[in-house]
Design a protein around this ligand. Structure first.
Ligand code: HPA
Length: 271
C-alpha cells in the first residue's frame, strides 16, 4: 500500500506547487464550501493514480486545491463510503495520501441522523467522540510503522483545542452548535427505530455511514481532526419518519453555509 500512496502523493506534488497543511472532506450535500475556495486547482479522482472513483449520487469526485481566505487547503469533494463496496484501505486511501503530502489538520463533515432528543433537523453537531460500529477496521492487518504506531491512542480522536476554537466561533457568531458522539455504521440502510434507540442507549447522539474510518486513519497519522455532523433527520422515538437520500441532501444544503463558515473561521484562527 505504501508504494501506491507514495506514487499518488508524487503525482499530486508534480501537479500542485502549494501543498497545504489543511485538508477538508466534504460530506453528502455539503460540497458548497468549495465555492469559498479561490485560486482553485482541481484534479478529478479519475485522473489520480490509485485513487478509487466515487459512485454515489450527490458526490462529484475531485480534489480541489486552493485558498480558503489566506490559507492553502485541499478539499475532497466526494468521499468513498464503505457501503459502496470499497474496502477500508480504499475508503481511507485519500487520508494516507494527505499524510504523505504533509497534511497536519483534517476537517470532516457529514450528514447524520440525530438521536439526541434535543436535536432538530438542520442542527450542526460538533463531533466530540465516536463509536466505531463498522464491521471492518481500517488498521487491521500488518502495521506499517512508518505510517503510525500499531496501537494508536484514541483518547482525543477529535482534537480538543480545535473543538474549543469551533465552540468559541459559534458563540461569537450566534451559531447554534450541538455537541455529541457520532456512531459510525456501514449502511446503506437507514436505521430501524429499534436501532436508533440502541445507538442512543450505547451513548450516541448522531449516526451516519462515514467519517469514522477516515478519522481513525488520521489519528494513526497523528493529524489533528475536527468534524461536524449536519442533522438531516431524527432517530428519536416519536419523531421517526421515512428518510430518503434526497431529503438528507436537502436538509444538509440548508445548514451548510453555517458549517462552511465555522470551518473557514477555524482554519483562519490556527496556524
Ligand atoms: N442514519 C444513518 N446515516 C445517515 C442518517 C441516518 O439517519 N442521516 C444521514 N445519514
Amino acid at each position: 500500500m505504501y508504494t501506491k500512496v507514495q506514487e499518488t502523493a508524487k503525482y499530486i506534488r508534480k501537479k500542485v506547487s502549494d501543498i497545504p497543511k489543511y485538508a477538508i472532506i466534504l460530506g453528502t450535500g455539503l460540497g458548497e464550501l468549495v465555492n469559498a475556495i479561490t485560486d482553485k486547482r482541481e484534479i478529478e479522482y479519475s485522473e489520480i493514480p490509485n485513487f478509487p472513483v466515487s459512485t454515489v449520487e450527490g458526490h462529484s469526485g475531485k480534489l480541489i486545491f486552493g485558498k480558503l481566505g489566506e490559507k492553502s487547503v485541499v478539499a475532497m469533494q466526494g468521499r468513498f463510503h464503505y457501503y459502496e463496496g470499497y474496502n477500508m484501505q480504499e475508503v481511507t486511501f485519500p487520508v494516507r495520501v494527505f499524510q504523505l503530502l504533509g497534511i497536519e489538520y483534517l476537517f470532516v463533515s457529514n450528514a447524520a441522523g440525530g438521536m439526541n432528543s434535543s436535536f432538530e433537523i438542520g442542527d450542526i453537531m460538533l463531533i466530540e467522540d465516536h463509536i466505531n460500529l463498522f464491521p471492518e477496521h481500517p488498521l487491521r492487518g500488518k502495521n506499517d510503522d512508518t505510517l503510525g504506531t500499531r496501537f494508536p491512542d484514541m483518547s482525543e480522536a477529535y482534537n480538543k483545542e480545535l473543538r474549543c476554537i469551533a465552540a468559541q466561533i459559534a458563540k461569537e457568531n450566534n451559531i447554534k452548535l450541538q455537541y455529541g458522539v457520532y456512531v459510525g455504521t456501514q449502511g446503506p440502510t437507514f436505521e430501524t427505530p429499534a436501532e436508533y434507540n440502541y445507538f442512543r442507549i450505547i451513548g450516541g447522539d448522531a449516526v451516519g455511514m462515514s467519517t469514522v474510518p477516515e478519522v481513525i486513519v488520521a489519528n494513526h497519522a497523528k493529524m489533528k481532526v475536527l468534524a461536524f455532523s449536519i442533522i438531516t433527520d431524527l432517530g428519536v422515538l416519536g419523531k421517526i419518519v421515512e428518510v430518503t437520500h434526497t431529503e438528507v441532501q436537502e436538509a444538509a444544503k440548508i445548514a451548510q453555509p453555517k458549517m462552511a463558515f465555522l470551518m473557514q473561521e477555524v482554519i483562519k484562527r490556527i496556524d
